[in-house]
Design a protein around this ligand. Structure first.
Ligand SMILES: NC(=O)c1ccc[n+]([C@@H]2O[C@H](COP(=O)([O-])OP(=O)(O)OC[C@H]3O[C@@H](n4cnc5c(N)ncnc54)[C@H](O)[C@@H]3O)[C@@H](O)[C@H]2O)c1
Length: 367
């Protein structure tokens, strides 16, 4: 039986996630929520596939109203970034398992509110949505990092991420207008610290999913301003570097920018790992495993799907399995929340110019 689910956010990127929920096997949308009812109705009308007939009649402006009218056990949150934390708290307090797209919070105070709401409802699953760990290429990299037949103990690694991302949601209105009306840009352009939370989290979530949290991190942000991309005044939006240290002493270095001058490595990044029993190279969907001078495997696998709808379909079905049967439930919850903690530890290090003890920081954040 699919899990009856409320879907929050019906336009833009969120619309594709509603389509992914329709495409999923494990979730059934019983109602939608969006503050823009007219746009949401158009969004629901343009869905494809096996759409429940009732859905166009069940669009509400709040999660509370949707839950009062329909029996839902789970809630997917794809509204604008700046409202994530309050919607998660609302959903948890209404008794629903909750998955909200990254970043679930933009400040430590918001994260604290979420954790308190989760502690008050400990039986509910809480997941930060991270759609890039689910495709076959990411799953294969994780297998080589964790399972027998891979590289064994990780000794060192690196990831590079490099794209050119326009943060304007419409035509570029020019720098003066942008400053006066920041709504013409993604929140990433005017909320501080979102490079690590929104850019880096796509790559390092894959590391956390495989190897857990490092013991320490030292990070820096890039100071680049690019008015053409809408990157004008926010702190920590253009890019960042981080050096992580794992408990066994393995260093992992990260360098990323979304204000690059070209599109190079894309959202998946470009990876190298050195291990006790082998090395990995990955460039998007091209993965190679080497051992003792020989290429053991050389694979081209599906990386990110067009529109990321299939990536999210995979994520939603994993979420449904975790809720229904407990399959990988702790791993999914702990590692995705762990990714938020690690990204915030990067911001903390970049702000203070100090090396952050990630274990101690996580204990403070999750208290
Ligand atoms: N994981 C990824 O790959 C990825 C890619 C793009 C965007 N995102 C994230 O997905 C989220 C949604 O992106 P988007 O471009 O669709 O954003 P958006 O700002 O267009 O918002 C989506 C919808 O949410 C609605 N909304 C806003 N506030 C609301 C509220 N309080 N209650 C209910 N509905 C509300 C809006 O009316 C809109 O229809 C953002 O947080 C964005 O950062 C993730």
């Amino acid at each position: 039986m699919p899990i009856p689910t409320i879907h929050v956010g019906c336009t833009h990127f969120a619309h594709g996630r509603l389509q992914a929920q329709i495409n999923s096997n494990g979730l059934e949308p019983v109602a939608c929520v969006d503050i823009n009812l007219e746009a949401a109705r158009k969004g629901v009308a343009s869905l494809e596939g096996d759409i429940p007939e009732y859905l166009s009649e069940r669009i509400y402006t709040t999660i509370t109203e949707a839950k009062e009218k329909h029996d839902a056990h789970a809630c997917l949150i794809y509204a604008s970034t700046t409202v994530h934390a309050k919607l998660i708290v609302e959903s948890l307090n209404l008794g629903m398992h909750t998955l909200c797209v990254k970043p679930i919070a933009t400040t430590q105070a918001e994260f604290h509110d979420i954790i308190q709401a989760h502690k008050a409802n400990p039986g509910l699953m809480l997941v930060q949505g991270q759609n890039k760990r689910w495709n076959p290429a990411a799953a294969k990299m994780r297998e080589w990092l964790r399972e027998k037949g891979g590289i064994g103990e990780m000794l060192a690694g690196e990831c590079r991420f490099w794209i050119r991302q326009n943060l304007y949601t419409g035509p570029n209105p020019g720098i003066e207008e942008s400053i006066k009306s920041p709504d013409s840009r993604q929140p990433d352009a005017y909320v501080d610290g979102l490079f690590f939370h929104a850019g880096t989290s796509h790559q390092l979530d894959q590391l956390v999913a495989a190897k857990g949290l490092p013991k320490y991190v030292t990070a820096h942000i890039h100071n680049r301003r690019d008015p053409e991309l809408g990157q004008i005044e926010a702190w920590g939006t253009a890019g960042g570097n981080a050096l992580m240290e794992y408990a066994n002493g393995a260093p992992f270095s990260y360098a990323g920018t979304r204000a690059g001058h070209a599109n190079s490595f894309g959202w998946s990044g470009n990876w190298t790992f050195h291990g006790e029993n082998g090395d990995i190279r990955r460039d998007a969907g091209h993965l190679q495993l080497f051992r003792l001078g020989k290429t053991v495997e050389n694979l081209s696998l599906q990386d990110l799907h067009a529109g990321l709808i299939e990536d999210d379909r995979l994520q939603f079905d994993a979420f449904a399995q975790a809720v229904a049967n407990g399959t990988d439930r702790d791993w999914m919850q702990e590692t995705t929340l762990g990714t938020w903690v690690l990204m915030e530890a990067c911001n903390e290090s970049a702000r203070t110019h100090e090396r952050v003890d990630v274990e101690a920081f996580a204990a403070k954040m999750l208290k």
